[in-house]
Design a protein. Structure first.
Length: 300
């Protein structure tokens, strides 16, 4: 594979898996960061400084594709930075990349962009209900990206990613809390967990993003498992794979965290993904859970 790709957010959960997948597949890969690096392995791009980005792109040569996963304060969805700094940095990056010759720009968004809609969610649906600042910021950047791509004859792809699981998430993630409680044989206090999610294994996310990055023609593209599961059931399945006592799961010990977006009974429609890439996710939930646990046990 001779496609040149730059990736921001390469050290995050999804980004780290994506980088490993791209390298294994033979992509010509460069990792970039908005934070100054000293080890030389990551290219510094100051998203607030168009001049610096122009110089860097001209010096290294523009990639064919830029995959933008970097986004500040993702665990603070109501931060005002999502509507100011993050959007402006994204606009600077999109404009500069297109101006200097990048052909395709891919932004990773969220299935929460559909808001409180229920049922099968296709890309043509507008959001319903309340949206947090994180989601509004992603939508604002996407609107600009599509306009810029149309004006400059480039491709802008906006991936709406559903809930992703796998090894390598933040230490306080649900997956890691389950793993830690199981290892220590301690009870885990949970919310009622009666809301719903469309889950996808991170290995499929990495491959899906790579496949979407080869699409010619701007589009919003859903990337998820394409099925809905109640969070309580997902937790029970994961806990069962760990071989742990179900009595240690204390559902309803506290309320659902206020910062979490609405999670109604819905799933992503993958018709467009299949049409554009001739592919849909291949990991079953059972196999994804088993692989996640194996990696956690090996320290991965």
């Amino acid at each position: 594979m001779d496609q040149t790709v730059w990736v921001s957010g390469s050290r995050g959960f999804v980004g780290s898996h994506l980088v490993r997948w791209l390298r294994h597949a033979g992509y010509a890969l460069t990792c970039v960061s908005n934070t100054s690096q000293s080890d030389g392995r990551v290219v510094y791009l100051d998203f607030a400084d168009r001049h610096q980005m122009r110089e860097t792109l001209d010096r290294l040569g523009p990639p064919e594709v830029f995959l933008h996963l970097g986004w500040g304060h993702v665990y603070q969805p109501q931060s005002p930075d999502h509507l100011t700094t993050n959007v402006q940095n994204g606009i600077n990056l999109v404009d500069t990349c297109f101006e200097r010759g990048v052909q395709r720009f891919v932004v990773i968004g969220s299935s929460s962009e559909y808001g409180e809609r229920v049922g099968a969610l296709s890309e043509d649906l507008a959001p319903e209900g309340a949206l947090n600042n994180y989601i509004m910021g992603k939508l604002a950047l996407a609107a600009h990206g599509f306009e810029a791509a149309a004006r400059l004859n480039r491709t802008f792809l906006h991936v709406r990613l559903s809930y992703t699981f796998g090894a390598g998430q933040q230490h306080n993630s649900l997956i890691n809390q389950l793993f830690k409680s199981s290892a220590e044989k301690t009870a885990l206090d949970l919310s009622p967990c009666d809301h719903y999610r469309d889950y996808i294994y991170v290995g499929d996310v990495a491959e899906g993003i790579a496949r979407i990055s080869r699409v010619h023609g701007s589009a919003i593209v859903n990337l998820g498992g394409g099925k809905v599961i109640q969070l309580k059931e997902f937790i029970r399945r994961f806990w069962s794979h760990l071989g742990s006592d179900p009595e240690l799961l204390r559902f309803g010990a506290h309320t659902k965290p206020d910062h979490e977006p609405p999670q109604p009974h819905c799933h992503l429609d993958l018709t467009r993904l299949k049409s554009l890439t001739d592919w849909t996710p291949t990991w079953s939930m059972q196999d994804g859970i088993a692989e996640t646990i194996a990696q956690l046990r090996s320290g991965g």
